[in-house]
Design a protein around this ligand. Structure first.
Ligand code: ATP
Ligand code: MG
Length: 573
């Protein structure tokens, strides 16, 4: 696992908040955070942001971050999702720690706390703090009313605990259909905060849970379950996105009730009251991030899967070749704020480029090949090139060179335009690391496409410089035809053609899909690339950053995904 570094930009309000609590002794000497994904999909760049914040803050204070699967909503959860979430978090560079609730350190399942949640609910009923209600959903909404005016109490509001306990147990025992009854907390029907108006805390759902099967047909609501999970795990700081800010009083209400019931964890003599704070979610233009829409892209086969390199999922970014350090750097640069904003994917790509420029080995690959014959070249030679000019320790490699080569079609012009300094009739160019060649003629095929370029080489120029000191401006990359390896190259572009694919609502987003978001080419690459380890990143000189595809690339038959182009006009502010 890579080292995750601290940096100045993370001195944000959440950090100050935790710092103060910790210094004042309210954490019992241990900062505990949690990342609580629902195992109903793959995590995406937005979750990666939350992962960086939740795990990052725990790490900063020498504390723990729990991984808690928030599996309280049984409909769409699965172990496949759960396993992939774990894998993705580890890949991002983070590891959960702490006691854990099922034999794995730091790992929790909200569903393992269902028994306790149920007991808390019964205690609330016994204390007159919750009641069973059989209003229909429409009635319930109507009674709840609008913030400006007090709501109307349910006819069940002032019923006695015995009656409510009986109905709640019947709910649990499967006596009622979905929606027939629910359990509501008795709080304040006049509160200007709508979430305080006797919120539903348990509902009936006759759905099998992916771990517990049919043990339960009632499930706790998020607002009830989440503070309980936090409190039972001894979480000190519970960070979530801004839309939960209005739920915070309810979070605190539940924690207060747990305190009354003597259920708060005591650490080093300090009673741990979990607290919630909110930060702005990460939004990125040119893509969609809702799990529902990502699932739709997958199930309707608009993409090749959750890990399609065009997806904003963590597994998609991995397959695209984005290094985890670049994703963390991006999250760091976006920062933690209370203001909703949109980030440009160009910033993420910039971070990727910066990272790969430091770390990726250089190789030569010709994506749109045209043959060059050096007519006065005999035999074969070897060119030695640095693997990474920025990193001497990366060493060098030997590349074969002989009379037939591949070069990129774009490096030759029949009628060179102004400022074109590469190959053309009677022009000279430097073949990177090798020698200077001059074009003496060319051939075209039936379609008028250049099919062969004839050259001669300056026999004094081996190594790259002209013996008489004359200037040759252009340098191009090449691949020796005799030893070149054929490779499939996938050029990925944005999945959508507009910055906001949801501009017409979530029903219309498919019409903004970019039809050219994937182009597949057959390229020639230098021999070393033929054995590229799947998942390894390279800079193809003068072309871009590419990664050997983790699934489809095989020794001798490599497949490369374009991660990012080499350059972009984008500069971070
Ligand atoms: P959905 O509502 O589509 O199921 P979700 O985004 O709520 O998905 P969860 O699995 O509940 O998914 O999220 C886990 C954690 O990740 C939550 O704490 C949530 O606030 C955080 N999170 C999700 N999306 C973002 C985002 N875009 N930016 C920052 N944090 C996010
Ligand atoms: Mg959610």
């Amino acid at each position: 696992m890579e080292e995750v570094k601290d940096s100045d930009t993370s001195r944000h309000f959440l950090r100050q908040w935790i710092d103060e609590d910790h210094a004042a002794g309210r954490t019992g000497g241990q900062v505990v955070t949690r990342f609580p994904p629902e195992p109903n999909g793959y995590i995406h760049i937005g979750h990666a942001k939350a992962v960086c914040v939740d795990f990052g803050m725990a790490k900063l204070f020498g504390g723990e971050c729990h991984l808690r699967l928030d599996d309280t909503n049984p409909t769409k959860e699965s172990d496949e999702y759960a396993e992939n979430i774990k894998n993705d978090i580890r890949w991002l560079g983070f590891q959960w720690s702490g006691a854990g609730d099922a034999g794995e350190a730091g790992f929790y399942n909200a569903s393992n706390m269902f028994d306790t949640m149920y007991r808390i609910a019964e205690n609330l009923i016994k204390a007159g703090q919750a009641y069973c209600c059989n209003l229909t959903q429409e009635e319930w909404k109507q009674y709840r009313g609008v913030p400006e005016k007090p709501g109307t109490p349910s006819p069940s509001r002032d019923t006695d605990p015995e009656r409510n306990l009986r109905i709640f147990r019947e709910m649990r025992d499967g006596k009622y259909a979905d929606g027939e009854w629910c359990l509501r907390a008795k709080i304040d029907m006049a509160s200007p905060n709508i979430h305080f108006r006797d919120p539903v805390i348990y509902r009936i759902r006759h759905v099998s849970h992916y771990h517990l099967g049919d043990k339960w047909c009632i499930y706790p609501m998020y607002d009830f379950a989440h503070p309980i999970e936090d409190a039972l795990e001894g979480v000190t700081h519970s960070m979530c996105t801004l839309e939960f800010e209005v739920h915070r009083p309810l979070y605190d209400w539940v924690v207060d009730r747990m305190d009354e019931q003597g259920l708060l964890v005591v650490r080093n003599g300090v009673k741990i009251r979990p607290q919630q704070r909110e930060f702005a979610r990460l939004n990125i233009t040119w893509t969609v991030m809702s799990k529902r829409l990502l699932l739709q892209l997958v199930t309707e086969k608009h993409v090749a899967g959750w890990d399609d390199p065009r997806m904003p999922t963590v597994c998609g970014m991995r397959r695209r070749g984005f290094p985890p350090a670049a994703i963390r750097e991006f999250c760091e640069r976006v920062g933690v704020t209370k203001v909703e904003s949109e980030s440009d994917p160009a910033l993420l790509e910039w971070c990727v480029r910066e990272e790969l420029n430091r770390t990726a080995a250089r190789r030569m690959a010709v994506l749109d090949p045209v043959k060059v014959v050096i007519e006065n070249f005999e035999g074969s030679r070897t060119v030695t090139k640095a693997n990474n000019p920025l990193d001497e320790s990366a060493g060098s490699r030997e590349i074969p060179f002989s009379r037939e080569l591949w070069i990129d079609r774009a490096d030759f012009q029949e009628n060179p335009e102004k400022k074109f300094f590469r190959l053309g009739p009677d022009r000279e160019v430097r073949l990177a690391g090798a020698c200077i060649v001059k074009c003496t003629g060319y051939e075209k095929d039936a379609d008028g496409k250049v099919s062969l370029i004839r050259c001669t080489w300056d026999e004094g120029s081996w190594g790259g410089n002209a013996p008489d000191g004359r200037k040759v401006k252009g340098t191009i990359h090449w691949v020796d035809a005799a030893t070149a390896v054929k490779a499939e190259v996938r050029l990925y572009d944005r999945l959508f053609t507009v910055p906001d694919p949801l501009q017409d609502g979530s029903d219309g987003f498919l019409k903004y899909m970019n039809k050219d978001s994937l182009r597949t080419l057959t390229a020639y690459v230098e021999p070393a690339l033929g054995q590229a380890e799947p998942g390894t990143s390279f800079q193809f000189e003068r072309t871009g950053y590419f990664v050997a595809d983790a699934k489809d690339s095989k020794p001798g038959a490599p497949v490369f995904n374009r991660t990012v182009t080499l350059k972009d006009s984008y500069k971070p502010a």
